[in-house]
Write a protein that binds this ligand. Sequence first.
Ligand code: CTP
Ligand code: CA
Length: 226
Amino acid sequence: AHFIKPSPRLQNQPILVTAGGTRERLDPVRFLANDSSGKMGYALAQVLQQRGAQVTLISAPTKLQPPAQVHLIPVTTTEEMATAVKQQFPHMRALIMAAAVADFRPPQVAAQKIKKQPDQTTWQLPLIKTVDILQMVAHLKQPHQVTIGFAAETSELIEQATAKLRRKHLDLIVANNVAQPGVGFNSDTNQVTFISPHQPPKSTQLLSKTAIAALVIDQLEMLLQS
Ligand code: CTP
Ligand code: CA
C-alpha cells in the first residue's frame, strides 16, 4: 500500500507514541474508563515502524496486538503513563500523544469494595484532576523535539483544538469531531483536521485509521525537516 515507504527522515529516529484510554481505579472491582480503542495510536506505531523509525509505544489497556518490533510499555493509569512519558521523552525525537487520558481520578483507591447502603439512592464521587501529560512535556521540550497532540471535540472544533495547540505548545494538533459518525473513539475510520501554529487548518476525508496515520506521519516528516 501507499503508506509503506521507508523515509530517510524517520530512519532509526526514536519516536514515542501513546495509545489507548487510561483507567482510574475506584476499588478492587471498579474503574473509570473511556471509549478509546487504541486503534489510532497502534496504527501510528505501525506506520512509523514501516517507515523505519524506532518506535516506543506507551499503551493503556486495549484489545489490540502491538505491532511487531515496537517497544511496548504497558501502563494503566494516567499517573503511570505520565511517569513513562517523562522517562522516555528526553531520548525521543518526537512524541505523538494519541492516548485518551483520563482528566480526573478518585483521590485514592479504596482497599475494599465500596458497598451500597440499604437506603442509599445516590453516590457522589469525589474526583481530582490528573496530570496533563502534554502540558508537562511542554516544559521538558528541547528545540529539536516535535510534539503532536490529538483533540477530541464535539463542538467548535477549530477554536477548541487551536486553544489546546497553544496551551500545550504543540507543533501540530490532530482534531477530530467525535460527534460525527465514523469518527474517533472505537471507530475503524477517522476524519481529522490538522492544525499547526503557522498554517491554515487542513481537513482530511473520512479514511481508515491506517490511512489517517499515514497522513499524520507525513506531517511529522515535514515537521522534522523544518
Ligand atoms: N492529554 C494529556 N494529558 C491529560 C489529558 C489530555 O496529555 N491529562 C493529551 C491527549 O492525549 C491529547 C491532548 O492532550 O493528545 C488533548 O486531549 P483532550 O482530551 O482533547 O483535551 P484536554 O486538554 O484534556 O481538554 P478537554 O478534555 O477538557 O477538552
Ligand atoms: Ca480530556
